[in-house]
Structures are given as structure tokens and as C-alpha cells.
Design a protein around this ligand. Structure first.
Ligand code: MTE
Length: 364
């Protein structure tokens, strides 16, 4: 176990900073991911935070700047709990890396995504207590960790539009799955932004700033932007990228695994699906013939904005190899692109191509 409280079976891509994802079969066992299995994405070592010294500042375009201790946050604002799935913008990067190399980025498989029950206060309540000035349009977050990049040291940051920040479901969480946040997941306080790329859920939160423009932090102004396939690290004009925010719709097959031999007869196919904003996953289709015909999977549980949805289906596979395809549809009738290659981008974000798994049925 390389990090306190984390499961020994995690696939650790990097020890420092700690970047790890759970094995896909374990991920699919629980709708609410146990904290020990929850993926971890970090750009710097975890900061050591003394809770007695900790303060959260709220400033910028506000009527009253605030500086709050943990106790004040807990006592002065109502507690809210919320199921929220976090997904890294780099989830499924490995498939993009098979199209063309993406140097310097973590080769996330299919599990840079996890679901937890978060408890804390609504960001909205703190913003309303501070009073938002008329010109405020974006809410920027800054973490206490120290990233070193291009000879500079700075905290990880990012922002969300004010209209998102005012939704009651956007939390400043102090608990995850019924326990105080662990150091790996942002102790003592983190943002949790449902339906957005994980990067906006800033951990070890120290500053909130209401401003006219999105955050100028490296992780908002440079990284986590989407570029067309012809743009490279050498030719990029950072100003021209699409700033990632809401997650795209996506479905992943968790069982069976690529190359996994299964016995002849009915095969249970299981997976997760997710979408962004306040949209919900409404349908998942499977195809066994390259997308000519589709079978509709059963969805588990309710359609919850901000949370993933588990799905399963029984398919009849012939002996030999069959490629199983999955695609999801959301409540805006968005679905997934067929091929991964046209989605390639040099940072390796937002892969939501049809998921394809080659399954081998042993002859009877
Ligand atoms: N917050 C800080 N302060 N530093 C970070 O490196 N990583 C972000 C986000 N918040 C990060 C951060 C990214 S890219 C993701 S995907 C999520 O945290 C991951 O959250 P987790 O590690 O709790 O799974």
C-alpha cells in the first residue's frame, strides 16, 4: 500500500505525485465506490494541513470578503450530502495513446472515474453570505498543494461559471463516504462539482475568488483544454483551445474484460455510463456486429444528474471472438462518436468513442 487507506490492488501509474485507478472489475462492484478504491489524480504531493490554522478565504468580486475556519464553515452553514461521480478528463486516454503517442501524460485506462457520497456545505451558501458583485461571472478555486512547472511554484486551481457555482448541488465537501476527507482526497475541504471534469473539483481548497473571467491558473488557461488532432505541443496556441467543463456522455464495458475467455451460452455484460452538466444517462446500447444492430441494456437505479449509472445486458455470443460495442445516450439525446482516432488530441482528453471489447468464447 503506497498511500494510507488506499487499496493494494490499485493500478498505480505514479507514486509521486500519486496517480492511481482501481481495477475495473472491483470498480463495478459498488455503485458508491469505497474510498480505498476511489481513483486518485494529483499534480503535486499532498500538502500537510494543520486544521487549527486552516482558513478558507472568499474574495474578489464580493460585497464582503470572508475568511472562515473549519468550525465556522461547519457551524454557520447547513450540511448537505450529495452523490457525485468524479471523472478525470483523461479517463480512457490509453485508447488515444494507441492512435498516436501522448508524451508526458498519465496513461489512464477505463477507471479514472469513481462515485462517492460527499458531505459539506453548498458553495452557493458561502457565495450568498459574501454577496456577489454584479460583474461576477466565474468562481475560481485555489488549492494548497504546490505544483512545480516551468520553474514556478503555484497551487492547483481552476474555475467554474458563476451560474454553475450557484447550483445547490455544488459542494465544498469535508466528508467522503461518511468519514472526514483523507489527505489524498483533499483534507480538510474540497470543491465537488457534479457533471464537470474532475479537475474543477479542487482539493485542499484555500481560496475562492469571484471574478469576471475564468481562472488564469495553468490548469484552466493551458491544461484541460481540448484541441483538434492537427495541433501539437509545438504548434499550440493556448488561447484557442476549448476550455473543458461539462463531461461528455460515455459508456464503458467493465465485464467481460478485453481478451477474457468466457464459457459458451448467455454472457452477462456489465458497465457504467456517465454524462455531464445536469443531464442524465437514459439509454445504453450494445452491438455485436460492429454497430449494424443494437440491443438495449437494462439501466440500474434512478437517473441522477451528476452520478454515473450502472447497466447490464445478457448477450448470446458465438464461439470464437466477438467485439462487443457499447454506447450511451443522455437526456439531451447526445450519444458517442464511433471512432477514437478522430478524437485524438495532444493532451489526451475527453475520449468518449464507442467502447469496444474483444471477448473470446471458448468452444463447447
Ligand atoms: N486539486 C488539487 N488541489 N490538486 C490536484 O492535483 N487534481 C484534480 C482535482 N483536484 C487536483 C485537484 C483532478 S485533475 C481530478 S480528476 C480530481 O481532483 C481527482 O480527484 P481525486 O484524486 O479525489 O479522485
Amino acid at each position: 500500500m503506497s498511500v494510507d487507506g488506499k487499496h493494494e490492488g490499485l493500478l498505480v501509474w505514479q507514486e509521486e505525485p500519486f496517480n492511481a485507478e482501481p481495477p475495473l472489475d472491483l470498480l463495478r462492484e459498488n455503485f458508491v465506490t469505497p474510498t480505498e478504491l476511489f481513483f486518485a489524480r494529483n499534480h503535486a504531493p499532498f500538502p500537510a494541513v494543520d486544521p487549527s490554522q486552516y482558513r478558507l478565504s472568499i474574495g474578489g468580486l464580493v460585497e464582503r470578503a470572508l475568511s472562515l475556519s473549519l468550525e465556522e464553515i461547519r457551524e454557520q452553514f447547513p450540511r448537505r450530502t450529495q452523490l457525485v461521480t468524479l471523472q478525470c478528463a483523461g479517463n480512457r486516454r490509453q485508447e488515444l495513446m494507441e492512435v498516436a503517442p501522448i508524451p508526458g501524460e498519465v496513461s489512464w485506462g477505463l477507471a479514472a472515474v469513481s462515485n462517492a457520497e460527499w458531505a459539506g456545505v453548498a458553495l452557493r451558501d458561502l457565495l450568498l453570505a459574501a454577496g456577489i458583485a454584479e460583474e461576477g461571472r466565474h468562481v475560481a478555486f485555489l488549492g494548497l498543494d504546490e505544483v512545480e512547472k516551468h520553474g514556478e511554484r503555484f497551487g492547483f486551481g481552476g474555475s467554474i461559471p458563476l451560474r454553475k457555482a450557484l447550483e445547490a448541488e455544488v459542494l465544498l465537501a469535508y466528508e467522503m463516504n461518511g468519514a472526514p476527507l483523507s489527505p489524498a482526497h483533499g483534507y480538510p475541504l474540497r470543491a465537488v462539482v457534479p457533471g464537470y471534469i474532475g479537475a474543477r473539483s479542487v482539493k485542499w481548497l484555500s481560496e475562492i475568488t469571484v471574478q469576471r473571467k475564468p481562472s488564469s491558473n495553468y490548469y484552466q488557461a493551458h491544461a484541460y483544454k481540448l484541441f483538434p488532432p492537427h495541433v501539437t505541443q509545438e504548434t499550440v496556441d493556448w488561447e484557442r483551445g476549448l476550455m473543458l467543463g461539462e463531461l461528455p456522455v460515455n459508456a464503458v464495458i467493465c465485464h467481460p474484460r478485453e481478451g477474457e475467455p468466457v464459457p459458451a451460452g448467455p454472457v452477462r455484460v456489465q458497465g457504467y455510463a456517465i454524462t455531464g452538466g445536469n443531464r442524465t444517462v437514459e439509454r445504453v446500447d450494445l452491438s455485436l456486429d460492429g454497430g449494424e444492430t443494437w440491443q438495449v441494456a437494462e439501466l440500474a437505479g434512478d437517473a441522477l444528474p451528476g452520478a454515473w449509472r450502472f447497466w447490464e445486458a445478457t448477450v448470446m455470443l458465438p464461439a470464437g471472438e466477438t467485439q462487443v460495442l457499447a454506447r450511451a445516450w443522455d437526456s439531451s439525446a447526445n450519444t458517442q462518436p464511433e471512432q477514437v482516432a478522430p478524437l485524438w488530441n495532444f493532451k489526451g482528453y475527453a475520449n468518449n468513442a464507442w467502447h469496444r471489447v474483444m471477448v473470446t468464447v471458448s468452444p463447447t
